[in-house]
Design a protein around this ligand. Structure first.
Ligand SMILES: Cc1cc2nc3c(=O)[nH]c(=O)nc-3n(C[C@H](O)[C@H](O)[C@H](O)COP(=O)(O)O)c2cc1C
Length: 231
C-alpha cells in the first residue's frame, strides 16, 4: 500500500473483530514510530505495549471503557518525559563525534541541550531562563522557550504525537485499524505504567481489525479553503 492509500484508509475505529494482530504487524509499526522526527533527536518518548490481561483490563477501565478500547485486540500507550534527554545524551554525543558533525552541533548536544532540558525546583531555573530569554529577545530574534516543565513537556508531546501518527499509518498500511485516544484518566494510566511525575501519557492507541459499523459515518473535514492560508 502506498503512503496516500494508507493515509486515506486510516479512520478512527471504535469497534473491532476478534481477529488477532500478528506480532510482526505490531513490530513493524513500532519500527515506523521510532523513525518519526523528534525534537533535537532526544527521543524523549516511550512505547508501552500493554499485553498482560490484568493490565489490559485496567487500561480499558482507565480509558473510560470506551468501545475503541474495550473491543481492541491490542493497546499501546505512547508516553514522553523531558527527563529522558539524559538517556540519549551519551549516544548522541558519541554519534555527533563519530560522524564528525560541525562543532556547532557538537556544542549544541554537549552544552545547549543540558541547559535547555532543565527546569529546576518548582520551575525556578525555567523562570530564570524565561527572564534571560525575554531580555535577549528585546534586541534580536531568540527561541522563546522551552523554559518550564510544562513547556518542555509540550515539546516532548509534539514528538510523541508524530510517533503516534507514524504508528497508526504503519498499522493502516498493513491493513489493520487503530483509534488514537486521549479520553483516559492520565493519573491512573501513569500509575499503572509506574511513570514519574515529569512524564506524560500522551495517547492510548487501540489496534484491531475493523468490525461492521465501526465508525460514526463517512470521514468529515472542513473544506481545505477554511484551514489553508497562503500568506
Ligand atoms: C489526540 C487525539 C485524541 C483522540 N481521542 C479519542 C478518544 O478518546 N476516543 C475516540 O473515540 N476517538 C478519539 N480520537 C479520534 C478522533 O475523534 C478522530 O481522529 C476524529 O474524529 C476524526 O476522525 P477520523 O480519525 O476517522 O478521520 C482522538 C484523536 C486524536 C488525534
Amino acid at each position: 500500500m502506498d503512503y496516500f492509500e494508507a493515509v486515506t484508509k486510516r479512520r478512527s475505529i471504535r469497534k473491532y473483530t476478534d481477529e488477532k494482530i500478528p506480532e510482526e504487524v505490531m513490530q513493524k509499526a513500532f519500527d515506523a514510530a521510532i523513525l518519526a522526527p523528534n525534537s533535537s533527536n532526544t527521543q524523549t518518548w516511550d512505547f508501552y505495549w500493554v499485553k498482560s490481561e490484568e493490565n489490559k483490563k485496567k487500561l480499558v477501565e482507565y480509558c473510560l471503557s470506551q468501545s475503541a478500547a474495550r473491543t481492541a485486540q491490542e493497546l499501546v500507550v505512547i508516553t514522553c518525559n523531558p527527563s529522558n534527554w539524559k538517556r540519549s545524551q551519551k549516544p548522541l554525543i558519541h554519534w555527533v563525534e563519530s560522524v564528525n558533525a560541525p562543532k556547532m552541533v557538537q556544542t549544541y548536544y554537549k552544552k545547549l541541550i543540558p541547559y535547555t532540558y532543565r527546569w529546576g525546583l518548582l520551575n525556578s531555573w525555567g523562570y530564570l531562563k524565561a527572564v534571560m530569554t525575554t531580555a535577549a529577545g528585546l534586541v534580536r530574534p531568540v527561541p522563546r522557550g522551552p523554559n518550564t516543565l510544562a513547556e518542555l513537556q509540550m515539546v516532548a508531546v509534539k514528538s510523541a504525537a508524530l510517533a503516534a501518527e507514524n504508528f497508526v499509518l504503519a498499522i493502516s498500511a498493513q491493513g489493520f485499524s487503530t483509534c488514537m485516544m486521549e479520553g483516559f484518566d492520565e493519573r491512573r494510566v501513569k500509575k499503572l505504567l509506574k511513570l514519574p511525575c515529569s512524564a506524560r501519557a500522551v495517547m492510548v492507541i487501540s489496534i484491531g481489525r475493523e468490525s461492521d459499523r465501526a465508525t460514526w459515518g463517512p470521514q468529515f473535514r472542513l473544506p481545505k479553503s477554511d484551514v489553508l492560508h497562503i500568506v
